[in-house]
Design a protein around this ligand. Structure first.
Ligand SMILES: C[S@@+](CC[C@H](N)C(=O)[O-])C[C@H]1O[C@@H](n2cnc3c(N)ncnc32)[C@H](O)[C@@H]1O
Ligand SMILES: [Mg+2]
Length: 321
């Protein structure tokens, strides 16, 4: 079974099989599905496949003080926190800006993610994507900002950026790094959660959470918080990993165990969402998915590009109803 998966993965990486077996999916403009079967699956934890990664701890480790201080938060304002996931990020916080370190995949993916964000936000907010500061005038929150890999280019593109992360160490690193450049030193970094910002009645033109939803305790609640932070007709952008056989082979087996791009245990396959599930929970949070794209990796160039293939990494743009 494992060797078959590996063979298929290598075949796909070499382009020996079609990248998207279903040419009609995803449509360029996505119509959110309303299928009740999807909702039953999504809202039942029992229906989620069990974890197939034996290296992950069964119980969350004790909070070592590196994460957001729960004592200062009201009940309910920490609902997205998954301590075991946060501990993984706290352990490697010093490496955020090491372009060859554990966050290398995010650094390498960043230009492609920014292409999607710039084009969708500029189209939605009627801004010129070709000018030097295309996001000028937009208030954006980067939820789960980590060391600021995304917050910084957003600020350089003219946005007024708030970066929040539940890991205090991440926020310290992000602040230190942003202060090195006058163009990014105005970013407001805070160690907090999306739900805490909702309690503070904060609102943003665009709410962005890249590669975070697969690490939160409750994706549906998390999306509700993202929606509550978004102004009416504002934008929400989420990227994550599809729960597909391909993602198990590439994002876990290849990336963590064969290529060592990510520390082992970074991802739990069972925590991934399919695009349909993401569209559905966004819809239930009053966000209509408008556009979706996949990220595909070219092993020959070492680069990522946007694609219709959403079978592994994908990004969705939605608007608040
Ligand atoms: C894979 S990193 C992504 C970082 C950044 N968004 C990027 O793509 O460059 C996930 C980040 O989400 C943060 N995180 C996880 N759960 C969170 C939560 N409930 N609230 C805020 N941040 C969270 C982690 O601390 C970590 O920095
Ligand atoms: Mg991830």
């Amino acid at each position: 079974m494992a060797s078959k998966l590996l063979r298929n993965t290598i075949h796909r990486m070499l382009g020996l099989v079609p990248k998207n077996p279903n040419p009609n999916f995803p449509p360029k403009r996505l119509i959110a599905p309303t299928c009740e079967a999807l909702s039953a699956r999504l809202y039942s934890d029992v229906a989620r496949p069990v974890s197939i990664d034996p290296s992950l701890p069964e119980k969350p480790p004790i909070d070592n003080g590196t994460t957001v201080d729960r004592k200062n938060l009201n009940k309910g304002s920490t609902s997205s926190l998954n301590e075991a996931e946060l501990a993984k990020f706290a352990a490697i916080a010093e490496t955020w800006w090491d372009a060859e370190g554990p966050f290398k995949p995010l650094h390498v993916m960043n230009p492609t993610r920014l292409t999607f964000i710039r084009s969708t936000l500029c189209r939605h907010f009627r801004k010129n994507p070709y000018c030097a500061r295309p996001l000028e005038g937009l208030k954006i929150v980067d939820v789960g900002c980590g060391g600021g890999i995304l917050s910084e280019p957003l600020a350089r593109m003219g946005a007024t950026v708030t970066g929040v992360d539940a890991v205090e160490k991440n926020i310290k690193i992000a602040r230190l790094h942003a202060d090195l450049d006058p163009l990014t030193s105005a970013i407001e970094y805070r160690c907090t959660t999306a739900e805490k910002l909702v309690e503070e009645h904060k609102e943003f033109d665009a709410v962005i959470a890249l590669e975070v939803i697969e690490h939160v305790a409750d994706p549906a609640e998390f999306c509700k918080s993202l929606a509550a932070l978004t102004v009416s007709d504002g934008a929400t952008v989420i990227s994550t990993i599809n729960r597909s056989m391909r993602s198990y082979a590439t994002a876990i087996i290849a990336a963590e165990y064969l290529l060592h791009w990510l520390p082992k245990g970074t991802h739990q396959w069972s925590s991934f969402l399919t695009p349909e599930e993401l569209v559905l929970i966004l819809q239930r949070a009053s966000i209509t998915a408008q556009e979706m794209a996949g990220f595909v990796y070219n092993p020959l160039t070492g680069r990522w590009s946007l694609s219709d293939d959403i079978s592994v990494n994908f990004i969705a743009f939605g608007t608040k109803n």
